[in-house]
Write a protein that binds this ligand. Structure first.
Ligand code: PLP
Length: 377
């Protein structure tokens, strides 16, 4: 049996998305910047996609910029805010994805901006009082806090954070890669200035995402050399990617509640089986409070095969991860697990679920985990 439980790293393409992309590949090859009918047809498709996506988030089409994914979109917010909006201080957390964390370290080292790293607790939660004190003490601030953490599933309270930012006149950026298509995000109600999205996290294609940029703020392009994306990003558009991402988002939001219920139930089932079969297990995900329902990060009992843990699962056909997407396949060096003080002697595994996972798959994983401990311990 093959079981894919690494959906926070990437997801399989939905068949409906594949079909949509095939249709566009077959019929629409024009360059959207061309003025003839081939180009105009593709331009119209891109603008319709932008409109559809804007509608799903209750924003205007002009606030959606297509990018190569979330790494680019996060870079654009951080680098261009300092360059174009006079940002002098960035407040962030040590559990951000490398797309934010590494970028901030680089900008800090180059002396472009002061970065203030918030403290986090055992489950990655920040202290809003600490955030407010920093907001009160500094001017020209951008706050960059992800909505949900990709390794342990911590949900930062984006409404409260956004309200504090508005109160102190700070800009608010949230990396929403793990929550777009998994939660309803009405951006008319959430006080946020920038969010980022990556289609391959919700059964869309790789290499496409978007940046939502609130139209009260005006960034200049990070990638120059063309007037695409309303002068916000040079380069011929990823037409097939845009079509696939739009379809994937529509699908996800059509069946959001059903999927939320189904995936949450699957995760609860696994939590209960783990508690029963491994009484000594520790959950790095906060299972007692609301957390991202697609992610379950577990520290298993210490054992002499910790280094080989993911490899052993892989031999049994089970794909899981020991760190973030970028360090998939490795169980060492997670900056997130370090930040929350997870017990390093225990092998930590992230299981992450999608609409395509089943109870039978979880049963299979539990059997193989028990066998691993019975044979090797
Ligand atoms: N932010 C988070 C929270 C992620 O999980 C990922 C992917 O691992 C990214 C950013 C990067 O996204 P992309 O693969 O589109 O560059």
């Amino acid at each position: 049996m093959k079981v894919y439980l690494d959906n926070a790293a990437t997801t399989p393409l939905a068949p409906e998305v594949m079909q949509e992309m095939f249709a566009v590949m077959q019929d629409k090859f024009g360059n959207p910047s061309s003025i003839h009918s081939y180009g105009r047809e593709v331009r119209a498709m891109i603008e319709q996609s932008r409109k559809t996506i804007a509608g799903l988030f209750n924003v205007t089409p002009g606030e959606i910029i297509f990018t190569s994914g979330a790494t680019e979109a996060n870079n654009m917010v951080l680098r261009c805010s300092v360059r174009d909006l006079g940002v002098k201080h960035i407040i962030s957390s040590p559990i951000e994805h490398h797309a934010v964390e590494h970028t901030l370290h680089e900008m800090e080292n180059e002396g472009q901006v002061n970065v203030h790293w918030l403290n986090v607790d055992r489950h990655g939660c920040i202290d809003l009082n600490e955030l407010e004190k920093l907001l009160a003490a500094n001017e020209n601030v951008l706050v960059s806090l992800m909505h949900a953490n990709n390794e342990i599933g911590t949900l930062h309270p984006i409404n409260e954070i956004g309200n504090l930012c508005r109160k102190h006149n700070a800009i608010f950026h949230s990396d929403t890669v793990q929550t777009v298509a998994h939660y309803k995000l009405n951006l008319k109600e959430i006080p946020v200035d920038f969010i980022t999205c990556s289609a391959h996290k919700f059964h869309g294609p790789k290499g496409i995402g978007f940046l939502y940029t609130n139209n009260r703020l005006h960034l200049k392009p990070m990638i120059t050399g063309g007037s695409q994306e309303r002068n916000m990003r040079g380069g011929t558009e990823n037409v097939y990617g845009i079509a696939g991402m739009t379809k994937a988002l529509q699908l996800a939001y059509q069946q959001l509640e059903k999927e939320q219920g189904q995936i949450s139930a699957l995760r609860s089932y696994m939590i209960n089986r783990l508690k029963k079969d491994f009484p000594d297990v520790e959950f790095n995900t906060d299972i007692h409070n609301e957390s991202l329902y697609t992610v379950l990060n577990v520290s298993f009992p210490a054992c002499d095969f910790a280094e080989m843990f993911l490899f052993n699962l892989d031999i049994q056909g089970i794909a899981a991860s020991g760190g973030s997407a970028c360090s998939s396949g490795s169980s060492t060096g997670s900056h997130v697990l370090n930040a929350i003080g997870a017990d390093a002697s225990r092998p930590a595994v992230r299981f992450s679920f999608s609409r395509y996972n089943t109870i039978e798959e979880v049963d299979y994983v539990m059997e193989k985990l028990k066998e691993m401990y019975a044979v090797k311990a």
